[in-house]
Design a binder for this molecule. Structure first.
Ligand code: ADP
Ligand code: MG
Length: 372
């Protein structure tokens, strides 16, 4: 048991050994695809410790996952077939069901669908951290009926993210970027209570700029979030905003400005001065959480800010956690993913766990059939 959630060992004990038992493992095999080619198999490899632990003990493992957004009907482009081929190479003999979201009952958390999922199954393991913030059938349903446990990946994610909430080494710095403030407002507010400093870059900094009365030109911003940003800026917390910005000017040329963007300009990255300042804040921290790129890093002209931050996060001796699909992709692109302590496999799930301290998938395991 860990935090009231059964572990694989608890499941083994409850089933009196795993030999011959059919175990349904809810995995997060929502991998990036280019046609039928998996461009990054990180999420498949991340499930192997759990799968191998089970098969080593003689269990018959049946995996199930969603892939993409097929909107409740069978869609060939979201078939699990490419994943099935890769899984057969990495873990021969392990079954993989068809995309859970081919049936609308998955997202509707339909009980008849849960019963169908667990037919002929003896135990359930949730190792799909990236989907555990959703109260979907395959996440919250099986623990009602079967002895259940969290897998190794889920366990590690929960340990790391809870430790950031509960007892981070200080100073604790959160670096937030990415496109939308509204997506991340909840976590920003929750983090303000626990972090020593907040560093804000990415497109979301322009809503803070606007709240601070600075001009932002045509940069992305969310007018309905300015009041909240004003309130956050007035909270007395240490909040670092960029002091320079790189973007495109009205003529379409790359330009660098101070902490405001002129008419017709569009901010697309933090400037070199800001990147150096942010890197200093990161270097002085003992715990760092990073979510969201500092700019439109997919365009090489606007990748420098994100690269500098990624390098600082990789180089520091602090405990470093990176969450978010695009931030993790940026880190991997710079070849730095092995240089941080933990790369979360779940963007939304990691933010929600930091914000609320719990997830529907975890609550379901805690209240499951085999928990006291
Ligand atoms: P994550 O997946 O790490 O949580 P988000 O999905 O919130 O990150 O944001 C990533 C996206 O934000 C990227 O596609 C990036 O291009 C975009 N972005 C970041 N800064 C800017 C900016 N200044 N202008 C436009 N897009 C930006
Ligand atoms: Mg993203």
């Amino acid at each position: 048991m860990e935090g009231g959630i059964p572990t694989l060992e608890d499941l083994e004990q409850q089933l009196d050994g795993l030999a011959g038992e059919r175990i349904l493992v809810r995995t997060d095999f929502n991998v990036p695809l280019d046609g039928e080619t998996i461009t990054d198999d990180f999420r498949i490899r991340a499930a192997l410790p759990t799968i191998n632990w089970l098969t080593d003990r003689g269990a018959q493992v049946v995996t199930a996952s969603h892939l993409g957004r097929p909107k409740g009907k069978p869609t060939p482009e979201f078939s699990m077939e490419p994943v099935r081929r890769r899984l057969a190479e990495l873990a021969p003999g392990v079954e993989l069901r068809e995309n859970l979201r081919f049936d609308p009952a998955e997202e509707a958390n339909d009980d008849a669908f849960v019963k169908q999922l667990i037919e002929g199954i003896d135990g359930y393991v949730n190792d799909a951290f990236g989907a555990s913030h959703r109260a979907h059938a395959s996440i919250v349903g099986p623990p009602r009926y079967l002895p259940s446990a969290m897998g190794r990946l889920l366990q590690r994610e929960v340990e790391v993210l809870q430790s950031l909430r509960d007892n981070p080494k200080r100073p604790f710095v959160a670096v937030l970027g990415g496109a939308k403030v509204s997506d991340k407002l909840g976590v920003i507010e929750a983090l303000l209570d626990t972090v020593d400093a907040l560093v804000i870059g990415g497109a979301m900094c322009f809503t803070f700029f606007a709240a601070d009365g600075r001009s932002i030109g045509d940069s992305l911003f969310e007018p309905d979030q300015t009041d909240t940003c004003k309130r956050l800026l007035a909270s007395g917390k240490e909040i670092h905003l960029p002091s320079d910005i790189v973007g495109l000017d009205a003529a379409g040329n790359v330009a660098t400005w101070g902490a405001r963007v002129p008419d017709g300009g569009k901010g697309l990255d933090i400037g070199p001065g800001s990147a150096a300042e942010f890197a200093d804040v990161i270097t002085e921290a003992r715990t760092v959480f990073w979510n969201g790129p500092m700019g439109k890093f997919e365009d090489e002209r606007f990748a420098a800010g994100t690269r500098t931050i990624a390098e600082a996060v990789a180089a520091t001796k602090a405990f470093t956690v990176v969450g978010g699909g695009d931030s993790a992709a940026a880190l991997a692109e710079f070849g730095l993913d092995d240089d941080v302590d933990h790369v979360s496999t779940g963007g939304g799930a990691s933010l929600e766990l930091l914000e609320l301290g719990d997830l529907p998938g975890l609550a379901a395991l805690r209240q499951g059939r085999n928990t006291p």
